[in-house]
Write a protein that binds this ligand. Structure first.
Ligand code: ZN
Length: 406
């Protein structure tokens, strides 16, 4: 079976996650795909197959002959799709030998994937492209990863001469709501390191991500009748604006790229009496990240002195950390991935993710876990697509990659 055939089956399962439910998995429907994967893994002949109480699917593929003593390698993909758009009733269509032009996804509704808006489409010219009918997302993120890993397992089981270490397969729910790594059972997994297969372009390999924190700034004002406010009124909304004006203007997401970090004012609500601002703080560099947090606290202190009372209160919470430090302890993860990609004819480059990944969380829990692409594009929306050939290619990359750990 080719990876895309599995993929077309998996996208028939609606697995949209939901940040509001407060349970794991966040939606019951993700378990339907989990059960399907459990069944397929058992049919393929994987060992120790099962679904945890949190909907995480586990399975083990024993090492090839001679590689039994090698450290176990985990391969992970997530089952859920983004809350941003429906993943129910996906009507996928295959465009054979894509010509590189704009794609009319839905003639009736006038939905068109324009190459001018999605320049990454050029990478798929001459390939067979799976697209949506414009009313749902496609689910390549990350069912393509699931399909590629499952196809890898089938190939390894069919051909015992391909070397590989013990493989720990893990499919997680709720990645899209930031909870994919919450309930990983590392004792059950017993892997030394791993990869998430959850990106877009096949040539993008990532073992760095942001250090991330959030800050909640509460500003307390003093209200008074405006006619008699002189010397009494402290307008917390204006004080909040003053706070924000002390942050560097060009350290914002809209002005930064690559390794440049930022402060992002994510929300502000307030009245004269009280204003609350929520910030996101991001930086790849750990020292700069710590300095950004310190700077927010020093602005808080400065303004409190200026106003003469505890008008400003800043609470900072770390969200996730850059996996780089943890991956650095196993640089073979980077070298082997780049080698496998290049040997497969892919001009791979390491990109620093400007966000977080489940792999980052797992890395800090003792499972260093860089990220490989799947071949998909334009994720989280109606223009999402993936090519059949890129899925085959990524399966080849995985075959080469596991061989390097044997
Ligand atoms: Zn994903």
């Amino acid at each position: 079976m080719r990876a895309y055939e599995r993929f077309l089956k998996y996208i028939g399962f609606d697995t949209q996650s939901d940040a509001q439910t407060g349970v794991t998995p966040s939606t019951e429907k993700q378990l339907k795909l989990a059960k399907e994967l459990e069944k397929e893994m058992e049919e393929l002949g994987l060992k120790d197959v099962g679904i945890s109480e949190f909907g995480v699917v586990y399975g083990t593929l024993p090492a090839s002959k001679g590689a039994e003593g090698r450290p176990a390698l985990c391969l992970n993909a997530h089952m859920d799709t983004a809350p941003a758009m429906s993943g129910a009733g996906i009507k996928a269509r295959i465009i054979e030998n894509y010509d590189g032009k704009d794609i009319v996804l839905n003639e009736k509704s006038g939905i068109v994937t324009r190459v001018s808006e999605y320049p990454s489409m050029k990478a798929y010219v001459g390939e067979d492209l799976i697209v949506t009918d414009g009313t749902t997302l496609l689910g390549a993120d990350d069912k393509a990863g699931v399909a590629e890993i499952m196809t890898l397992c089938e190939r390894l089981i069919a051909d015992e001469t391909i070397p590989h270490p013990e493989l720990k397969i893990m499919f997680t729910p709720d990645e899209e709501i930031g909870q994919g790594a919450d309930h990983v059972d590392y004792d059950r997994l017993k892997a030394t390191y791993g990869y998430t297969v959850d990106g877009e372009a096949v040539d993008e390999f990532s073992y760095e991500n942001f250090n991330a924190a959030s800050a909640k700034v509460t500003v307390r004002g003093i209200s008074a009748h405006t006619g008699m406010a002189k010397g009494v009124l402290k307008n917390s909304a204006l004080m909040a604006m003053e706070f924000n004006s002390m942050l560097p203007v060009f350290d914002r997401p809209e002005h930064t790229e690559g390794y440049e970090g930022f402060y992002h004012l994510d929300s502000i609500t307030g009245t004269v009496e009280s204003t609350v601002m929520e910030y996101l703080i991001r930086d790849h560099d750990r020292d700069k990240f710590e300095k950004r947090k310190e700077y927010l606290l020093s602005v808080t202190d400065f303004l409190n002195k200026k106003y003469g009372y505890e008008a400003f209160e800043t609470e900072i919470k770390d969200s996730y950390l850059n996996m780089l430090i943890k991956v650095s302890e196993h640089m073979e993860l980077v070298d082997n991935a780049l080698e496998a990609l290049r040997e497969s004819g892919i001009n791979a480059r390491a990109v620093a993710t400007r966000g977080g990944t489940d792999g980052a969380r797992m890395s800090w829990c003792g499972l260093p876990c860089p990220n490989l692409g799947t071949g998909g594009a334009n994720c989280h929306g109606r223009h999402e697509c993936i090519s059949i050939q890129k899925m085959d290619l990524m399966t080849e990359v995985l075959l080469r990659l596991v061989g390097k750990f044997a």
